[in-house]
Design a protein around this ligand. Structure first.
Ligand code: LHQ
Length: 259
């Protein structure tokens, strides 16, 4: 049984973390397969959206702690962050297509931050997000220290990181940590409907939206306005923009091709 299930669904792809007895914690095999799958989805222009979820009752418990030896000089932990978690999060954020995360159960440590790095996060009501790092004497990785203050503000970010307090899905939605909490039984259908809808939208516009949003907290308004103008210049030349305009004028649904 593969530790990662990869399913093509027409113009989008579903990746399911599949080590359910370990709550889909990342051991070396899953790390390698998942990073390769994310990079392959990014490189394949026929894939216009990616959905990430987990098998079983958990989404992802972060690093497989059984696979972490006591690391007195920190070299091995430092290396796994540099060679897996960092490129993984960078690949998701820079992927030129939407990445949806369906959080089907507990998301802890790097597993929580993997989910939060995705563009749209839907969670089952029974799911929870745990910044588990400080409970084992570590600090956030997988982008947590960057993402959390941006998503929920400094006060909440500090508290949940320092205390390791689980944040239930409904609280996460109320705080703006995620897009939506849904009934457990509805999660798969809702997430797949989102992926289907996003894959049919103008992919280049969504990709450039990601770029604009990633700089919005650090850029001066004047610089961001310039970026927006530059982006519109690029978008105006896309076939999807022409199709969107034509569909509007002809009072019909657009058929975007992602180009
Ligand atoms: C696990 C894990 C797990 C192995 C549950 N590993 N087996 C860190 C270090 C190095 C490099 C770089 O990056 C990082 C980043 C990180 O991700 S640090 C954070 C690592 N994750 C955690 O500290 C979470 C540890 N897990 C838990 O606290 C609990 O399992 C949670 C709260 C996630 C779920 O609790 P329960 O629902 O009560 O489930 P459980 O604890 O009974 O877990 C079920 C099984 O999964 C159990 O095995 P068993 O043989 O007893 O059935 C756990 O040992 C195993 N498991 N997480 N990370």
């Amino acid at each position: 049984m593969s530790v990662l299930t990869i399913e093509g669904r027409g113009n989008w792809r579903k990746l399911t973390l599949n080590r359910p007895d370990r709550l889909n914690a990342f051991d070396d095999e899953l790390k390698s397969e998942f990073l390769s799958a994310i990079q392959a989805a990014a490189a394949d222009s026929s894939v216009r959206a990616v959905l990430i979820t987990g098998a079983g009752r958990g989404f992802c418990a972060g690093q497989d702690l059984a696979a972490v030896a006591v690391d007195d000089d920190g070299a091995s932990i430092g290396a796994t962050v540099a060679h897996f978690y960092n490129p993984l999060i960078a690949a998701i954020r820079s992927m030129e297509k939407p990445v949806i995360c369906a959080v089907n159960g507990v998301a802890a440590g790097a597993g929580a931050n993997l989910a939060l790095a995705c563009d749209i996060v839907v969670a089952a009501r029974s799911a929870k997000f745990i910044q588990a790092f400080s409970s084992i004497g570590l600090t956030p990785d997988a982008g947590g220290s960057w993402l959390l203050p941006r998503l929920i503000g400094d006060a909440r970010a500090r508290a949940i990181i320092m205390l390791g307090t689980p944040v239930p899905a409904e609280q996460a939605e109320a705080w703006g940590l995620i897009w939506k909490a849904v009934e457990d039984a509805q999660l798969e259908a809702e997430a797949e409907a989102l992926a289907t809808a996003l894959a049919d939208r103008p992919t280049k516009a969504l990709a450039n939206t990601k770029k604009l949003l990633d700089t919005s907290f650090s850029a001066a308004l004047a610089d961001q306005l310039e970026r927006e103008a530059e982006s519109q210049g690029h978008m105006a030349r896309t076939a999807d923009h022409k199709e969107g305009l034509a569909a509007f004028m002809e009072k019909r649904q657009p058929g975007f091709k992602g180009v």
